[in-house]
Ligand binder design. Structure first.
Ligand SMILES: [Zn+2]
Length: 157
């Protein structure tokens, strides 16, 4: 049997090595599964901890990015829901939706109060029918839209 021969070879190797290596070699062999466990589970645990750490470190950024995420409408002193101007909301769900949302989870049209005059209109409309203030708060376009005048504006003036 090859395995028997291997075991004999292993034993003889152990005996040979025990002549000049520490006599606790046998104990070390018994500890091999533990070393194996540490060698295999250790890196996995390290990776998990690292991933967790990266997740925790990055979390504040994502929280800041979605600061105006969907949330229950805050209640005033009399327990009535209040809806911040310029943010879409669903009065039936008493939920304030993320900027750019026009429909609730149930498919109902969201409302939005004009930040300038306070007129409530459908969130799908981007121009106020009362004061004419136009605003579309969409997270994907808000940061990349240039703040300066549109090209050609100087020529028109
Ligand atoms: Zn308005």
């Amino acid at each position: 049997m090859i395995i028997d021969q291997l075991e004999k070879l292993w034993t003889s190797l152990l005996e040979f090595s025990s002549t000049f290596i520490t006599p606790e070699w046998g104990d070390l062999v018994n500890l091999l599964p533990i070393f194996l466990l540490v060698g295999v589970v250790g890196p996995i645990v390290t990776l998990v901890v690292l991933a967790w750490f990266v997740y925790v470190v990055r979390q504040p950024r994502s929280k800041a990015r979605f600061a105006a995420a969907r949330r229950p409408a805050p209640l005033d002193a009399e327990g009535r829901p209040t809806y911040p101007a310029g943010e879409p909301y669903s009065p039936s769900e008493r939920m304030v939706y993320e900027p750019g949302a026009t429909r609730s989870d149930s498919g109902a049209d969201l409302l939005v109060a004009c930040p300038k005059c306070g007129l409530v209109r459908g969130a799908v409309l981007d121009t106020c029918g009362n004061c004419g203030l136009s605003f579309t708060i969409k997270p994907t376009t808000r940061s990349i839209r240039p703040a300066g005048p549109p090209p050609g504006g100087a020529a028109a003036a």
